[in-house]
Each structure stands twice: as structure tokens, then as C-alpha cells.
Design a protein around this ligand. Structure first.
Ligand code: ZN
Ligand code: ZN
Length: 308
């Protein structure tokens, strides 16, 4: 017998809904949105499988007074099995979703299987130093650094999503207005303005229009100050501007004249519910291009916002 809830529990469903909404607004983005949707669906299915495992991230002991991200310095050795499983699965998905990457992805899969790349060490390097931490391994193995970057990012993000319990709001307070994720330390790929309350009882507990940053790696969302630059911290209105491709779509790109960075922003009060934020960020790539054309750099490097 099928239950009424089964449809909504399908991890692919929110991604399909988001893809349909984006392509309804921006049909020209199909060549980018469809392959990323298929990659994110493979990752979501993997996360569901990994969640069934017996693992949990050991939280650092002591009071949450520190402003260091929770995962800083965590040893990933206990997660070797899920990380290697994630790598195998994500490399397959890369081959299926991006034919142009298939040669590199299958070469990488062979190298990982043969034990010539240590995914646990790479995951640790990636958390500490981002893409730069992968360059020596890519060179040693003779694979493209961008291909390795995508494989490590997808695998690590799947494992983090499966293992990390949502951060305790108390541990988040030192991070208000900070430009890095309280969980993994990565910068945000986008921000969003929370939707308006739908019922009077919701209205009593809190407003709508609050601004959150969305992590470019682990997908955690944290509250930020609405007018503050997440990179340099300025809230000077002369420096904080935004651009839109169309008025009233709820999509815009916030820019900072002080540090010359940009961050796409989605206003959920105008767009309605967005079911998958990573795909929503892919669907704002025209705003990345617009901001880049005006001389701004992205707050976070993502697989879809780098030129060429
Ligand atoms: Zn994060
Ligand atoms: Zn700034």
C-alpha cells in the first residue's frame, strides 16, 4: 500500500520542482540547469543512503563560545567508507550528467579505486584550504584540477549533509553577520530573504524578510544582518547596491563597492517557496554573469559560476 506522504519524501521531487520553476522563468538556462539537476538528484539519493549508516560527526566538547566552525580540525578517518562510497557514486553521476567530463571522471574513478588518491586526506585539505588544497593531488595523478574539485566537493557535501545534524541555534549566535559557515567554514553561494508569515500564529513567532546565507559546501543556512556585506562587513548604503535582470522576479545580485564582491540573493516573499537552494543558485547564473561584467568577483567559487 502506498502512503500519501511517499511522493513528498522522494528526494528528487524538490529538485524537479525547482528545475521546472527555473526553466519556466529562464528557458535559455536548460543546458546548465538540467545537468546540474541530475547531479543534485544523484547526490540527494546518495545522502538518503548515507543517512542509514551508523555514523555521526563527533561534535567538539565544551561550550559553543568559539567562533570557529564546528568541523574545523575534525578527523575524517572514521568516515573513510562513506567518503569513498560517495566518490564512486558522484563520479558516476558526473559521467552521466556531463558528457564533456566523462573521460576525466572515469579516469578519476579508476585512480580512487586503485587507492592512488586518498579521498579522506583530500576532504581534509579541501575543508582547510578549498580548491588550492587539491592542486598537488591533481597534478600527481594527472587529472584536471576542476574535475577533481567537482568530485571532492560533491562527495564531501553529500557526506556532510548526511552526517551533520543541524546546528544548534545557540552555537550559531556568534556567527551572526559572519561570512563563513558555522558548520564547515566555507563562504556562502547565495543569500535569501525569508518568506512572509502565512498565518497569524507564525506572525507572532517571527516576521519574514530575515536574511540568511546559504553555504556553498554543506548547504547549511545561517542568519545574517540584512544590509551587511558578508565579506568586508560594511553596511554603508553607498557601498551596498544590487542589480536585477527583471523587476519583480525576486532574483537579484547584491554587490559591495567596498570589497568588489557579489552574492546572488533570492527573495522568497516574491518567488514563493524554493525547494532546492543549490539548484536555485544555478538558476541565477545570468546574475553571476551580469555582476562579473561590472567588475565584481563571486563571494564563493562554485562549479557553475566560473567562466569558461
Ligand atoms: Zn557549510
Ligand atoms: Zn564588502
Amino acid at each position: 500500500m502506498t502512503s500519501h506522504n511517499e511522493m513528498s519524501l522522494d528526494p528528487a521531487h524538490p529538485i524537479d520542482q525547482t528545475a521546472d520553476a527555473i526553466l519556466g522563468r529562464h528557458p535559455a538556462l536548460e543546458g546548465l540547469v538540467t545537468p546540474f539537476a541530475s547531479l543534485f538528484k544523484a547526490r540527494a539519493l546518495l545522502v538518503e543512503k548515507l543517512k542509514l549508516g551508523p555514523h555521526c560527526i563527533p561534535r567538539p566538547a565544551g561550550p559553543p563560545a568559539s567562533e570557529a566552525p564546528s568541523l574545523m580540525g575534525v578527523n575524517f578517518e572514521p568516515f573513510r567508507e562513506p567518503l569513498e562510497r560517495a566518490a564512486e557514486s558522484m563520479l558516476k553521476a558526473m559521467t552521466a550528467s556531463f558528457p564533456a567530463l566523462s573521460r576525466h571522471a572515469s579516469l578519476l574513478a579508476d585512480i580512487v579505486k586503485a587507492g592512488r588518491i586518498d579521498f579522506v586526506q583530500l576532504a581534509g585539505n579541501y575543508l582547510e584550504t578549498g580548491s588550492q588544497g587539491l592542486v598537488p593531488a591533481a597534478e600527481a595523478a594527472g587529472v584536471s584540477p576542476d574535475g577533481l574539485d567537482l568530485a571532492v566537493r560533491l562527495s564531501l557535501s553529500a557526506v556532510l549533509e548526511a552526517l551533520v545534524s543541524p546546528a544548534d541555534p545557540e552555537t550559531e549566535s556568534p556567527f551572526l553577520g559572519k561570512g563563513f559557515c558555522p558548520v564547515c567554514g566555507f563562504p556562502p553561494s547565495m543569500s535569501f530573504l525569508d518568506r512572509a508569515p502565512e498565518s497569524p500564529s507564525e506572525f507572532l513567532v517571527g516576521g519574514g524578510g530575515q536574511k540568511y546565507l546559504h553555504c556553498s559546501l554543506c548547504g547549511h543556512d545561517w542568519l545574517t544582518l540584512r544590509h551587511q556585506c558578508p565579506v568586508c562587513g560594511t553596511d554603508d548604503p553607498e557601498n551596498r547596491l544590487y542589480y536585477q535582470a527583471d523587476a519583480d522576479t525576486g532574483e537579484r545580485v547584491d554587490v559591495c563597492q567596498n570589497c568588489k564582491t557579489y552574492l546572488p540573493c533570492i527573495d522568497l516573499r516574491k518567488t514563493g517557496p524554493v525547494h532546492h537552494l543549490d539548484l536555485a543558485a544555478v538558476g541565477m547564473v545570468h546574475l553571476d554573469i551580469m555582476a562579473r561584467g561590472k567588475g565584481f568577483s563571486p563571494v564563493a567559487r562554485t562549479p557553475w559560476n566560473m567562466p569558461g
